[in-house]
Each structure stands twice: as C-alpha cells, then as structure tokens.
Design a protein around this ligand. Structure first.
Ligand code: F0G
Length: 455
C-alpha cells in the first residue's frame, strides 16, 4: 500500500486515560459519547465532519479572507470554485450542511409532502419531518443486508422511486427527489453514475427536480472511477462534472469532502429558485455573499474543493478506510460490506446478538469500545432513528451499527490498528455486556443529548 501523499508539519498531542478513568468519564455522561470532552478521547472517530486537517495551501488562503459585509472577493472565489467543479451557476453560502437544508426546505417542503431518495441523513430527515413532511427511503434492498457485496449499495431502487412518484406526484406532493452521495446512513456506500442518470430520467418524466446531498461527492466519484464500467480512465474531476450535470442543485456540508472545519452552501441551476432561497438565506444565515461564513472560511473552502477531487488524495483516503475495515474483518469483527468511503460500520446485531433491540446493542458496543480503548465511535441505530413522530414508538432500523468515521488526513494506520485491538478486547468480554436503557431523551435528534443507564 502506498503511504500518505503528504508529510506532517504540525502535531497535536493526544493522551490515553487509564481504563478506570474512562469508565468514570463515560458513566458521568450518562453513557452518551457526545457528552465526553475530546481531551478524554484517545482516537476520535465520532465524525469525519469538520474534523479534517487543512493543507498548507488552505492555511495560507485564510490570510486572504476578505471580511467585507457585502461583495467580499472571498465569496466570488468560492462561487467560481463551485461553478468550475460542480457546474452550478448560482451559489448561496451557509454555515454548514443543515443550514443549507433549512434554507432550501423552507422554500420547497410543505406539510404533507414526500421527499423520496436513498436513505436521508438524519438532519435532512429531521428538517423534512419538522415541516410535517415525509422522507421516503427508496434505497435498493441490498443496502439492508450488511454482508451482501454490491458495488453501489447507495443506489436508489428505481421501482420504489417510480411507485412513489406515481402515487404522490399527481397529488402535487413531491417537491424534489434527493440523492445523498455517498449514502452515509446506508454505510457510506456510493451511488453509481448510471443510477443518478436513471433517477434524473424518472424525475424528468414526472417533472420533479433532482437535488444531491453532496457532502461526500468526491469519495463517491472515486468509487465510480474504481467500480463502474467505463470510468476507469476518467479523472475524478470529469466524473464529478458528470454526476452533477444531472442535478438541479445540491446542498453541501463542506465539513466533509471539501476539507474545511466549518461551512456549507446550496448550489442551483435555476435563478428563480436561487432568488426564492435568497430570502431565507438572508433571514437565517446572513447576507448573500457570506451566509454564515467568514471570508477566510470561504477562502479555505474554495481551496479545499480543489484538493477534495485530487486523485492521489482520494486514493489514500479510500485505502485508509479500507485498511481499517480489512483489519477488523481479519479479526472476525462483523462490518458492513463492501467497506464505505468515510467510515467503517460495525454490525452490533451480529457482534452482540444476546442484547435485545430495546437495550440498544450499538450504543452499548460504542460505550464498551470507549471503555476498552479510548476510541470514540458513534451509534447509527435505534437511538439515532428517533421515535416515530406520530405513534411516538421507538423506530427499530434494519441495521444497528457503530460507525467509525475517519477524519481526513488526521490519523495514521497505526491509530487504526489500535482501534482493531479495542474491538478485540470488547469481544473477549462480550458476554458480560448487558445493554443500556434510556433515562432521558429529547423529542427530536435525541442521540446528541440522551442519557442512559446500564441494564
Ligand atoms: N448530509 C449528510 C450526508 C451528512 O452526513 C451530514 C452531516 C449533513 C448532511 C449535515 O451537515 O453537519 O454540516 O450540518 N453529517 C455529520 C456526520 C454530522 O457525522 O455524519 P452538517
């Protein structure tokens, strides 16, 4: 395997607390990993969002930030980068991805609407449900079988989509179709270009716009290059252009692939929709040429968008995720396969089959991993799924996972080896793990602040 395509100029010390300390710290949070202080975490795989390392080029770009309230040159640099890389003429900056969703959905989504797509990310779903609309999951069935190998498990099931469009378009209930690349909630799995194209054709037939949730667009493009017939000799840059040419716009959390610590935007093809969204952008985010970002943040983002589509960087990026996954498999830790782009997802239902769903196997596994190794992952299961907004019953998703998301350009493969050792220690004592139950939860996005106790 080729080594990292960068050298390290600045280091940030991390420390491993003794196990007894880790047990006390996590108990004090109510067994919620979001409640830990980062200084008490040894290797932090909670999220790949906003946690990456910026390059020397991005750090130097910060100094060029134009902090003018209106018409900042940094905005025009960002706008140009989006136009060139993604191909959309209109750009509204926002402070992060969910802010982009808030602005776009304020214009497009109304009560009773249905937004079909591959599995929506939780903030997207929450923004849809907050408006009393429905996020309809039309992902292919293969995505729900954690060990089934399929090159594009993030694909939209065209039959499911067609049937949704058939039912809801005549009722005027489909504001847009959304494709999330890569599909985070389905395991960081990519969507094929042929699938994006086929979804676009259906959208045209039913005259519904197609939007892309683009947070991990570059990783998705790299997977297309590696796995899809006919793209082996295309650059990621060319593939990205093709992916977005089928879309009417995108929301972007720039904290992921675009390699910045904060930022986002909405991009549009249509000037009328851009204008309608501008009203809400000003209301929620700020004037059109900064939208919740500082000038220096927009500079770093413009540079980051370029670096995100670099072939060598993406080669390294996917190889590191794959390394962690392969090592876990070698030690018989069950993971979602094939291995995704930004994260490895451990299958808690297979690892801890003796824990009932109501006792939250994935949350329990994530807690035990922290206790054993100081590694922080995150539950992607029942806790994250929230209760049904109508019945208020727990929703049990088909998969109960612990996500190990890898920050970009931050850790080495030695760190990944430590994560694998942590799982080995959990496996050794797995019969003693009894599960957790809720003692506190909020009505929506409960995973951030919920508290639990051991069963
Ligand atoms: N869309 C996707 C696919 C995401 O993964 C996220 C965030 C968002 C939208 C929202 O963007 O955080 O900038 O407001 N995902 C993070 C994660 C939080 O850990 O996966 P945001």
């Amino acid at each position: 395997m080729r080594p990292e395509p960068f050298k390290i100029k600045m280091v940030e010390p991390i420390r491993l607390l003794p196990k007894e300390e880790r047990e006390k710290k996590i108990a004090a949070t109510g067994y919620n990993l979001f409640g830990l202080r980062s200084e008490d975490v040894f290797i932090d795989l909670l999220s790949d969002s906003g946690t990456g390392s910026m390059s020397n080029k991005q750090w130097s770009a910060l100094m060029l930030g134009d902090e003018s309230y209106a018409g900042a040159s940094s905005f025009y640099k960002l706008e140009k980068a989006v136009q060139e890389i993604l191909g959309f003429p209109y750009v509204l900056p926002t402070h992060q991805g969910r802010a982009a969703e808030n602005v776009l959905h304020s214009v497009l989504v109304k009560e009773g609407d249905v937004v079909p797509g591959n599995t929506h990310f939780d903030t997207t779903k929450a923004h849809i449900e907050f408006r009393r609309a429905t996020a309809l999951d039309c992902t292919i069935e293969e995505a729900f079988n954690p060990t089934m190998i399929h090159p594009f498990k993030g694909n939209v099931d065209l039959e499911k989509l067609k049937s949704a469009l058939n039912t809801y378009v005549p009722q005027n209930k489909v504001p847009f179709v959304l494709i999330t690349v890569t599909c985070n909630s389905a395991g960081g799995q990519p969507v094929a270009l042929s699938n994006i194209k086929a979804v676009k054709e259906l959208c045209e037939e039913y005259q519904v716009p197609l939007f892309i949730d683009a947070a991990r667009f570059a990783e998705n493009a790299k997977f297309i290059q590696l796995r899809e017939e006919g793209y082996r000799n295309k650059s990621v840059k060319e593939i990205v252009v093709e992916m977005f040419q089928y879309a009417d716009g995108c929301t972007m959390s720039a904290k992921k692939d675009p390699l910045v610590n904060i930022g986002g935007f909405i991009a549009f093809r249509d000037s009328t929709l851009y204008q309608k969204c501008s009203v809400f952008a000003i209301l929620f985010e700020g004037f059109l040429t900064y939208g919740g970002m500082s000038g220096r943040d927009m500079e770093a983002l413009a540079a980051g968008l370029e670096e995100a589509i670099n072939d060598d960087y993406l080669e390294y990026r996917l190889a590191q995720t794959s390394y962690l996954g392969e090592q876990l498999l070698k030690h018989n830790i069950p993971i979602v396969q094939p291995i995704g782009g930004h994260a490895v997802y451990v299958d808690a239902l297979s690892l801890l089959p003796h824990i009932e769903r109501e006792h939250l196997p994935a949350q329990s596994l994530a807690v035990e991993l922290y206790i054993e190794s100081g590694v922080r992952g995150v539950e992607i299961g029942t806790v994250l799924a929230d209760r049904d907004p109508i019945t208020r019953e727990n929703r049990y998703p088909r998969l109960e996972l612990v996500r190990l998301s890898i920050p970009r350009r931050v850790y080495t493969n030695n760190h990944m080896d430590w994560v694998v050792e942590g799982f080995q220690k959990v496996v050794e004592k797995k019969d003693q793990i009894r599960g957790l139950k809720f003692v506190y939860e909020t009505p929506i996005l409960r995973h951030f602040t919920a508290k639990f106790e051991k069963v």
